[in-house]
Design a binder for this molecule. Structure first.
Ligand code: HEM
Ligand SMILES: *[C@@H]1O[C@H](CO)[C@@H](O)[C@H](O)[C@H]1NC(C)=O
Ligand SMILES: *[C@@H]1O[C@H](CO)[C@@H](O)[C@H](O)[C@H]1NC(C)=O
Length: 322
């Protein structure tokens, strides 16, 4: 490490140096990072992701969410991929993750294929970031260039996974605050929420909304209630986050908001008479603006807390430290 035990510096100086390193770290990401060391990396990841999404469209949603859950906990460092061991508890059993995040097998397959052509060169954190982009593209969403050069953590944080991933009961102010703490703007937050144009949610995560809230379309609530009983039966029953086009990455999520057909409480918060109403209306009517803002926001999210240079490691297997 840069600061060996023999190097004595005062705490304020160290803090300034560390801040400088953090800024430099994200500046070091580069779209061409593997161009020489592993020129086939991106094509290899893309083919693994495309095959998985073609055989199960929801997998694209699951991989996109896995990247989000990685980045909001310790930064985009593949910490979410680490399994528990006898001496270590990872993030996968955290409340927002348990029995809910998926896609590990696709990342493991992509990693094995990349390792076969470029041993210990491409990080799991980069593979997950690229897989999220390729998933969006496979489902018809915008493409964008992914800055690369992340390295993998040697630790994970169960407590941060429990505290830093916003729950679906969040109000608008909570969401704004939670994303701001990660350096993301209100526009980033609203655009990234458009990820809920694909994928599924479990009944337990929207039950209180479809039975208890008034800012919901009555016919929509009734149709969701049919497969999500008010008792605790059916906690795991699934419903699409976007009923109209659940497997297409489009701007329908925002169109749904306008008619109070957001599935999660947190979704409808973005269009509920508050400061983000105008942006939701814009995205509902202007798919190109949504695509541009989503792509930019994904790059911003992908920069959160990255490890670069000599930090961390390149894991050989994504589910365990070397
Ligand atoms: C704004 C705050 C957010 C909240 C409160 C939230 C909450 C949730 C919840 C509760 C689910 C359903 C999980 C389940 O029932 O198993 C879900 C699913 C999903 N979330 Fe979010 N989410 C948020 C932001 C995001 C972001 C930023 C992304 C990605 C950019 C994202 C992508 C997804 C996707 C794609 C799914 C479906 C996953 C699948 O079908 O496997 N979410 N989210
Ligand atoms: C998210 O927002 C809630 C409500 O404001 C707050 O209690 C929680 O601490 C926030 N979490 C983070 C990580 O900012
Ligand atoms: C991590 O857990 C998954 C699921 O149980 C398993 O398939 C995988 O082999 C585990 N990885 C390691 C390194 O044990």
């Amino acid at each position: 490490m840069a600061f060996s035990s023999g190097c004595r510096i005062g705490a304020p100086v160290a803090a300034i140096l560390l801040l400088g390193l953090a800024a430099a770290a994200s500046a070091q990401l580069s779209a061409t990072f593997y161009d020489t060391s592993c020129p086939s990396a991106l094509a290899t990841i893309k083919s693994a992701v495309t095959a998985a999404v073609n055989s199960e469209p929801r997998m694209g949603a699951s991989l996109l969410r896995l990247h989000f859950h990685d980045c909001f906990v310790q930064g985009c460092d593949a910490s979410v991929l680490l399994n528990d061991t006898a001496t270590f508890t990872g993030e996968q059993t955290a409340f927002p993750n348990r029995d809910s995040i998926r896609g590990f097998g696709v990342i493991d397959t992509a990693k094995a294929q990349v390792e076969a052509v470029c041993p210990q060169t491409v990080s799991c954190a980069d593979i997950l970031t690229v897989a999220a982009r390729d998933s969006v593209v496979a489902l018809g969403g915008p493409s964008y260039t992914v800055p690369l050069g992340r390295r993998d953590s040697t630790t994970a944080s169960l407590s941060e996974a429990n505290s830093d991933l916003p729950p679906p009961t969040s109000d608008l102010a909570d969401l704004v605050g939670n994303f701001s703490r990660k350096g993301l703007s209100v526009t980033d937050m609203v655009a990234l929420s458009g990820a809920h144009t694909i994928g599924q949610a479990e009944c337990k995560n929207f039950r209180s909304r479809i039975y208890g809230e008034s800012n919901i379309d009555a016919a929509f609530a009734a149709s969701r209630q049919a497969n999500c009983p008010q008792s605790s039966d059916g906690d795991k029953n699934l419903a699409p986050l976007d009923e109209s086009t659940p497997d297409a990455f489009d701007n329908a999520y925002y169109v749904n908001m306008l008619s109070q057909q957001g599935l999660l409480h947190s979704d409808q918060q973005l269009f509920n008479g508050g400061s983000t109403d105008d942006l939701v209306s814009t995205y509902a009517s202007d798919a190109a603006q949504f695509s541009a803002d989503f792509a930019a926001a994904m790059v911003n999210m992908g920069n959160i807390g990255v490890l670069t240079g000599a930090q961390g490691e390149i894991r050989l297997i994504c589910s365990k430290v070397n």
